[in-house]
Design a protein around this ligand. Structure first.
Ligand code: SAM
Length: 230
């Protein structure tokens, strides 16, 4: 038996590649995007009342991680990539039907457009449904998860003077909190857990229309080296 679903819209996001996206929503409040709704959901009626809601659940497709062969076990990066767990014990992207869910902040509601922050979604992510967050039902008192008890401990992020000046300028141009975005994303240390890079090794990622480069001058410390405009 199979069912078909189709997107109600697509996300335009600050994240242009999978690397350095936080592993869950809310970890980078400066991560912003817009959900552009498709007809007929771009009509004002579809979002009437949503302005009374602070957060929404987005049900979406991990469109860049879809696979034909189902996996029963996965290796979550959070566990260092060397321990496998049952797929249903994790929030890994490789999963049956490729469905993801994130609670995100609703910044502004317009017909056909929802302005979001705290997202963990790649640019172009197809969204299947939106549901209002209901605090009394969704925030479960006493809930526990011994696999993912707390967010990753942030690591310090330093800047070269030039990179910070460049980024402030780009932030003004884009009208986006880009310094905060870079700090919040890098503080979660996007590098795979098993890598222990030499100080001269440079890492890079694209955020909005910017190429961000950094290195690890010593273990547990990130320094942003330059932030260039494409
Ligand atoms: N909050 C969601 C959940 O629990 O279903 C996503 C969790 S998943 C561990 C988060 C990762 O998904 C991000 O770090 C990013 O690399 C990846 N991701 C986000 N959007 C994606 C997309 N459209 N296709 C593939 N991977 C995506």
């Amino acid at each position: 038996m199979s069912y078909s679903v189709s997107p109600i819209g697509f996300v335009r996001s600050c994240f242009k590649e999978k690397f350095a996206i936080p592993r869950q929503p809310q970890l980078a409040p400066a991560a912003r995007g817009v959900l552009e709704l498709l007809p007929p959901f771009d009509q004002p009626e579809a979002v009437e009342g949503l302005e009374q809601v602070s957060h929404v659940w987005l049900i979406f497709l991990f469109h860049q991680a879809l696979e034909d062969k189902p996996r029963l076990k996965v290796r979550p990066p959070r566990l260092g990539g060397n321990r496998s767990l049952g797929v249903f014990a994790t929030r890994a992207t490789h999963r049956p039907n490729g469905i993801g869910q994130s609670v995100v902040k609703l910044e502004k509601v317009e017909p056909g457009r929802l302005w979001l922050s705290g997202i963990d979604l790649l640019d172009g992510t197809p969204v299947l449904d939106i549901k209002p967050y209901v605090p009394y039902a969704d925030a479960v008192e006493g809930a526990s998860n011994a696999i993912a008890e707390a967010p990753p401990a942030p690591i310090p992020v330093q800047w070269t003077d030039a990179a910070l000046a460049q980024t402030r300028e780009h932030g003004r141009r884009l009208g986006e909190p880009v310094v905060e975005l870079i700090e919040q994303c890098l503080a979660q240390d996007p590098r795979p857990a098993y890598q222990n890079p030499a100080p001269e090794r440079r890492y890079g990622v694209r955020l909005w229309d910017l190429d961000v480069h950094w290195h690890y001058p010593q273990p547990g410390l990130i320094r942003v080296l330059d932030v260039g405009w494409r």
